[in-house]
Write a protein that binds this ligand. Structure first.
Ligand code: ZN
Length: 305
């Protein structure tokens, strides 16, 4: 990828929908994923292989994968938090296993029953399982900017986690602001230190817009050298295990910002806006994104026909 290319990873079908109180039909999840693919997105979190009792919205993970088109140019990601989930996911056509290490013991135990140390061990094992099965493994360091229970998370801890899990060979390592407390100066510092520590490792970032800093943080991450940014169509989402968690940064808001700033994303903004409007109809409420309401700029003229 050229320095001015940023890959967009769409998380709407997993992080975006997992907190929806009403069960979303499998076919609607598949339609959401297909709309994102049609808009040009090539890497998507599509399901979570957690215990259905923990996250009932994700109980149809196998059915979602089964219904998705077979495409060599698209990478489907399944979230897995333990070996059992990994073995389930590897029975499907999932391309990547997404693992999570929570950077705080308290939140880690609430989210997935793991301390930081256990998280590193489990994620490393899952990444190796994925590689042995000819798939990819990736890792997200969650609560990397702060924990809802323990407060500030020292950057040194995040760097230590990244350095250790890198040994298992993930395709990338993400820092996630799960509760939306970080600001751009912190993003610059953390991404900068990770690049120094792990110069060959592609970095990804994942922001929630809880305090309206998500999009600014994403820009700071892009400028600091991440290769990939996570986002959800419409900006939907929230974590069932983090109090007052809000949605991801919106894919269409992010793509507008990046394209207008000279970055290549390979994504069609108008197709994203149409997908977001469709999503509002599905959820029967407005979504948080702003670009889906205001449109791109200058506004497209020939699209109206
Ligand atoms: Zn998230």
């Amino acid at each position: 990828m050229t320095p001015n290319t940023i890959e967009i990873l769409e998380v709407g079908a997993r992080d975006g929908l997992q907190n929806e109180p009403e069960q979303i039909a499998t076919e609607d999840k598949v339609a959401l994923i297909n709309r994102a693919i049609e808009a040009g997105i090539r890497r998507l979190e599509v399901a979570s292989f957690v215990h259905p009792k923990r996250v009932p919205q994700m109980a149809d993970a196998e059915a979602v994968l089964e219904a998705l088109p077979d495409r060599d140019d698209v990478s489907y990601i399944g979230l897995v938090l333990n070996k059992k989930g990994a073995l389930r996911a590897l029975e499907t056509k999932v391309d990547e296993l997404g693992t999570v290490i929570v950077a705080s013991d308290t939140f880690g135990q609430k989210n997935q029953g793991q301390t930081v140390e256990e998280g590193i061990a489990v994620a490393s094992e899952i990444i190796r399982l994925a590689r042995d099965a000819g798939r990819k493994g990736q890792v997200t360091i969650s609560a990397a900017f702060g924990c809802p229970f323990e407060g500030e998370v020292p950057p040194a801890r995040v760097i230590d986690i990244a350095r250790r899990v890198a040994e298992a060979g993930p395709v990338d390592i993400a820092i996630a602001d799960t509760i939306g407390v970080g600001v751009p100066s912190q993003v610059e510092e953390l991404v900068g230190r990770l690049r120094e520590e792990l110069p060959a490792m592609p970095l990804r970032a994942h922001f929630h817009n809880t305090r309206n800093t998500g999009i600014a943080n994403a820009y700071a991450a892009a400028r600091s050298g991440v290769t990939t940014l996570d986002a959800s169509l419409g900006g939907i989402g929230g974590c069932p295990f983090a109090p007052k968690a809000t949605g991801n940064i919106a894919t269409e808001d992010l793509v507008y910002l990046l394209q207008q700033s000279g970055y290549e994303t390979g994504v069609d903004l108008q197709a994203l806006i149409r997908a977001s409007e469709w999503l509002e109809g599905l959820l029967n409420r407005p979504v948080p994104s702003l670009v889906s309401k205001a449109g791109g700029f200058p506004s497209p003229k020939s699209d109206a026909a």
